[in-house]
Write a new protein. Sequence first.
Length: 490
Amino acid sequence: MLIFAANQKRAYALDALRGFAVLAMILSGTIAYRILPAWMYHAQEPPPTHTYNPNLPGLTWVDLVFPLFLFSMGAAIPLALSRRLAKKVSYPELILHILKRGFFLATFAIVLQHLRPTIISQDPTPEKWWIALWGFLILFFMFVRLPDSLPKWHRTAIPIIAWISAIVLLSQLRYRDGGGFSLDRSDIILIVLANTAVFSSLIWLFTKFNLRLRLGVLGLLLALRLSATVSGSWIAQLWSASPVPWLFQFAYLSYLFVVIPGTIAGDLILSWIQNTTPAEVGGSARIIEQQELSITPPLQWEINRFYTIIVLILANCSVLLIGLQGRWVWQTTLLSAVLCWAGWFLFTKPTNETEYLIKMLYNWGVYWLGVGLLFEPFQGGIKKDPSTLSYYFVTTGMAFFILILFTIIIDVLNQRKWVQLLIDNGQNPMIAYVGFANLVWPILVLTGVDAWVIQNTKTQLLGFFKGIVYTLLVACIVSLFTRLKLFWRT
């Protein structure tokens, strides 16, 4: 038997998932280009030329990274907003907080893009790398959560000085197109995050007691998305219109197909943290009697069952990535269905809230995966860009599965130390997102290390190893910031 760890106040498995996603983003951008197999890059940008081909279907691990990050953001929404509701924050104040967060995320997206070294200039001049480093320092003090031990006027003055410094710097820079600062120059990933963070938070806020209504919103979004493909229709015109195209486009809301299922996972995690097991999430549902689900140790499932779950989930994810990228679609669908069916027997008769959480995460994962696989033939096969319905739902199902893996490692096997580096990065994702391009990379270039590394990593193995080392450098730096309790916030 396994002993259940004491109830935690933080969902470390969710932090690990977020950290896994952001570090995988860094890895995908730091491995050697041109020389690795096609499954090591975006499916629509195969080697050796990496020319974008929108008609090329497939799914690689690189394509999975962004949905994992979106999913983890969605799962964090019920946890974050519930804490504010518990503090008796009014709905108008909460809505203002949501809009404020969206504003800061959008600001971060715009300022960061202007400070990226590859955007500043294509010329290998030291100046651009020093500007990138200076940009990291400015961003640090713009968004860092300063210690409460500092005098209040310090905590007020430092961010103001950083914001003024950003305005001055951006007003002086000139870019490859000859222009200066532009609202249209932004990080698309962060802009999508800003849009989905605002809309999914509002949707959760007004549907937190009604899961069916939340799923109904997805149905309305699906209708809009499908009708927008009809050329000349009023919905197509609405879908392509925007009063502020640099900030909002309806197409960004398609990623709610990932984020809103993420809020369902968040509801389940919230119930687990509160030691309750709702019969259905998202509502003032009945609570299963504690006599039915023991909330005290030990766990009743045997350890071998958990190890079997881990193997089965890893096998299913591998089948999906290999099969969909290799275009063995019906075979992949059939084999994945068999694995899901086999796994069903491993989740029977949960005896406490942790086992129940794992079971419910699995049920939802199988559901969204099934929807995604049934949509696979639609829109020319699964694609990240342009993103297809199959892409949203398949990756959502896989996100549920990977969250189960981290839950078992941390909350069942009590092996948090195995994934502590992921947790540290997941708790500080903004620094991790910026850390390579604006901190590690400029230092490596200015010291001459990057040129030496590139010269000596021209084989496939070394080209991949280069990405691993660079990613670990960023991960360790972010972990240090986290342990020093220096968090970036929006």
